[in-house]
Design a protein. Sequence first.
Length: 745
Amino acid sequence: MKNALGKMKGTTVLFIPPGNAGRVSPRSILLILLGALVLSGCSLNNDNDTEDDPPYVAPIDAATPVIGTQPAAASIYNWGNPVTPLSVRAGKTDAGTLSYQWYSNATESTAGATPITGNGNGNTYTPPTPAASPNNVDTFYYVVVTNTNTSATGAQTASAQSSFAKVTFTNTPVTHAAPPTITAQPVGDETYAPGDAATPLTVTAATNDSGTLLYQWFSNTANNTSEGNPVGTNAASFTPPTTNSGTLYYYVVVINTNTAVNGNQTASVTSSTVAITVNPKTITITDIPAEAAGTYYLVYLRVSGSDVPVAASTGGPIGAGVTSLTGTMKTITLSGNTFTLGDDWTGSGSYHIGLIGASKPIVSANQNFLFRVELPVTSLNSNKTVSYNDFAESDDDDEELRPWNSCHLRINNLPAYAEGMYYVAYLIDPEKGVPVAGYKGGPISAGTDGGLPLLVETLKTLSRNWDDFTFGDNWGERGGSYTIGIIFDYGEIGSFDKTDWGASSSGLISWSTTDYNSVDYSSFTEDRVTPAPITAAIAGKTGSGTAADPYVVTVAGMPLPVALGAIYSGIITDIPTGFISLNLDSCTGTSVGYTNRITDAEKARFVSITLPATVSVITDGFKDADWYSGAFSSFTGLKSINAPGVITVGDHAFSGLTSLETVSLPTASAFGDYTFIRCTSLKTVSLPAATTFEDLTFYGCTSLKTVSLPAATTFGEETFRLHQPYHSEPPGGNYLRRLYIRGLQ
């Protein structure tokens, strides 16, 4: 299905000077673009939902400090010689403040350690020299680094402890590793745009002993080398990232390690800092036409498949003679019909770039606009410059603009059983009784929140040749009232006689003053049509319809799961009474699931169902009010089910099937929660391939006596709790008599 921007052949640009703004319909393209269309009784925010508690927001704790450089593990000195300060270098990932507390102890333990006062509260600490000449006297030191963030909504402090540092004084002469020397500092304070390739930072260092040099780079939000987060690897160069805007300071600690000396085997030196600035991302549009003078503008970015911008910038009025516009892209937030711009946008990837012009500052979704143009998908990994002429010449078959010289229809709140269906929506002339315009699409897929998307398309002229039809150019006629119709089918629709069901609006919808209308599917009246394969199956049924001799209906060639609801409803409609044995082994598809196309009472008329061998999944059920509805829930008359190819059986698949006696699942290996809950007639179960069971698989199966699971390895909680309610004792005789499991882990 096309997204809400609609579809046209070739992109056209309509520019209306500010003085002619009144000629443009008050319905704005941005109503869809920003997802803020004003509808009667419809809002982006579910303000009428007072029954649910506010969503729980987890508190955010202060970030735990990250110690990038530990104090030297061991150092040794001759009495009276200078002592190298112990130091740590720590960073944090939030806006907190770091503090330090050093401790000393006679053993390598925190137990009994003494906090050091005076000079023991910085990131460095110089141990004191003993007053007398000692020999091999050890003292252990460590530091606790604490991050304090008063903005945190949870714990406002978090701490990290360093490793231990052993300091030894001896009378034996010692030799230390030589401190390295930096002969060339990192240089190049640079400024980049987001996504630009940065020039690597490089340091040159040397040592005058036989040691080996190691490198650790750091980044810091402040221009100092006492704190920082470790970045990069052990290398003399580091390439700073340019993903996020802002300024970071980089430096490197060069460490000389010499294991040949008997004193301190490491020594280090710290470089100077280098500032790397990443400016916010901008979009420049050149070749702005002279007619744009005096207009206000909004530049936006959106991804394919979504009509909600991810970033935008505004400005205006455009001055006379101005031929280019440069906007700093900001994050965008919607609130009803209004939108606000926030922080600098630092994203990258592929986006549509759009430009909107208006006679007033653009602050709302339902105000008049003079023009809108848009580029097809373009890569946006750094600052971008495009020509206004490129907008006008864009011709992207997949993502074209909705033109102004047309009308648009939106259908809200599609029924759940429309998922997977193809559709044709159309307008019917009430005087002639024929459709004059419409659009088509499909299959309809569920959105990320589980709901179905809105149908919003540009209406096209519709021509009929008996039941066949074709669409032409954009339909832009206004000034009349029409009935809205829509038809659905399990395959692409090219004829009005190939439909599963249809629906039409209960009243006339006026297009006299607007190019845009929105209607709710709940106001439609449905007219079911049984597809030909189902009609043929019903005509070939056998049996008398009694419980002992049910009607046997064999359906062939229908795709599952999309046509499952149509199969059920078509059979129930054309066979209004009697019991039914349904054979679907000649249908296609890989899964089946829940459908609400027929009532619970109608589901109870099915006594057996056979699925095709291609179906490998029975999907999970869902919670409806106080009960979970599975794929075959409410089929309370179902006595047997045959699923020869199913491997995965979802949650609640057969829940509440009180008549179920026989289950054939020879290949099923994984079973979800409550699979057979309250199947009170089930006495014997053999699942030769089953390996895994979730919780309470056979809960409430009060007649179950024998279970064979030769391949089972994994069970959830209380898989075999047969009695109910949960806390009751089972009635006399209601116990599992035989359980066969081989290879149980």
